[in-house]
Design a protein around this ligand. Structure first.
Ligand code: KG4
Ligand code: ZN
Length: 342
């Protein structure tokens, strides 16, 4: 029998709803919040207010586009965390209300597991390459940077993680220091394409095991800009593309160094990337290049599944539905990844 899942994502500044039938996507609707751009970062209070306004129209539109009603839905999967508490509360409360009024079970989803499983969302009329188990996933987003070993749809082991900032934060801060706007990742990516990646060098971390650190390189960029601006106030304007290309290359080198070690240590050759930063063209190219060199089969998510989306919440919900892992009505959001204990 086929299973239809409604997915709801509201962990940060995107309100999204998706309908999945078995592993196939029927709709994926997104309302992004432009309001944060003027502040150079997400303002939690404004984010939860916008979710509150967006959530009903977004869910209604996802049902409409999929051509289904709540009667056809078997379960409601929602992001429980990690994320901004006020934002998570909107999605969680909405899922509870819908669950009560329609008599459908709820499934709680860990946002990070959603990113990792986004590779299993199938789209009709497209070749659907899914990783085989076990695979390694480099999860790179605005809030997290992890190397995760995935042994089964719901069996994960974090092999390495950042001990301070996430790589997405490094991209965003780079853009901020250079006055390029928010979110910075896409702007840095675009400028980097026109620049020389070998022109400048920044301080690389020296962290043991498979862990990462990005705070040092962020500070290194800040001092580099400050020192050059003293001598030439137009330094950023004259070197914008080269700075972005060099900084981006260094970030990718840092990411790849540990990923290569993880692949060697585990002997796993199925390698995927996920999360907002997996939209980065430099990272995508490097993963494919390394894969060809090292005999990996690589998996790059479709662009619409890189940043936060409800399709990835629905597919995780689909896997949990198979095991009847339903959430109780008194479930509360968890804002920090550590609260999950995994
Ligand atoms: O996964 P995501 O949408 O939200 C979190 O769960 O954090 O990731 C957002 C992050 C931001 O830091 C944004 O700058 C970054 O992903 N990002 C990119 C690109 N597109 C989005 N970073 C580098 N290059 C891109 N093309
Ligand atoms: Zn995310």
């Amino acid at each position: 029998m086929s299973v239809t899942i409604l997915g709801i994502e509201s962990s940060c500044d995107d309100t999204s709803a998706a309908i999945l039938r078995d592993e196939y996507l029927l709709s994926n609707v997104m309302a992004s919040q432009e309001v944060h751009r003027q502040y150079g970062g997400v303002i939690p209070e404004l984010a939860s207010r916008a979710h509150q306004q967006n959530i009903l129209p977004v869910v209604s539109e996802a049902l409409r586009q999929a051509g289904v009603t709540m009667d056809d839905v078997d379960a409601i999967a929602f992001t429980r965390g990690p994320g901004l508490l006020g934002s998570l509360l909107v999605g969680t409360s909405f899922a509870k209300g819908l669950s009560l009024s329609c008599g459908k079970p709820m499934i709680e989803v860990n946002h990070l597991q959603g990113h990792i499983l986004s590779h299993f969302v199938k789209v009709e009329g497209r070749e659907n390459h899914c990783p085989e188990f076990p695979y390694l996933c480099l999860l790179v987003s605005g809030g997290h940077t992890q190397i995760v070993r995935v042994d089964a749809p719901l069996k994960f082991e974090i092999l390495g993680h950042t001990i301070d900032d996430a790589v997405g934060e490094a991209f965003d801060k780079c853009a901020k220091h250079m006055g390029l706007g928010y979110p910075g990742g896409p702007v840095v990516d675009r400028l980097a394409k026109e620049g020389d990646p070998m022109k400048f060098r920044f301080a690389k971390p020296n962290i043991p095991d498979l862990n990462y650190s990005f705070s040092g390189i962020k500070t290194s960029l800040l001092y580099f800009l400050r020192d050059h601006l003293k001598e030439n106030p137009d330094f950023i304007e004259e070197n914008k593309a080269d700075i972005c290309a060099s900084f981006q290359k260094d970030l990718i080198d840092i990411l790849l160094k540990k990923l290569v070690i993880a692949a060697k240590q585990t002997g796993i050759r199925q390698v995927a990337i996920s999360g907002g930063v997996s939209a980065n063209s430099g990272l995508r190219n490097r993963i494919v290049e390394e894969g060809q060199k090292r005999g990996w089969t690589t998996f790059l998510p479709e662009f619409r599944f890189t940043t936060d989306n409800a399709a990835m919440i629905a597919i995780t919900g689909y896997f949990k539905y198979q095991q009847k892992l339903f959430a109780p009505l008194d479930i509360a959001p968890l804002s920090r990844a550590a609260e999950y204990g995994d």
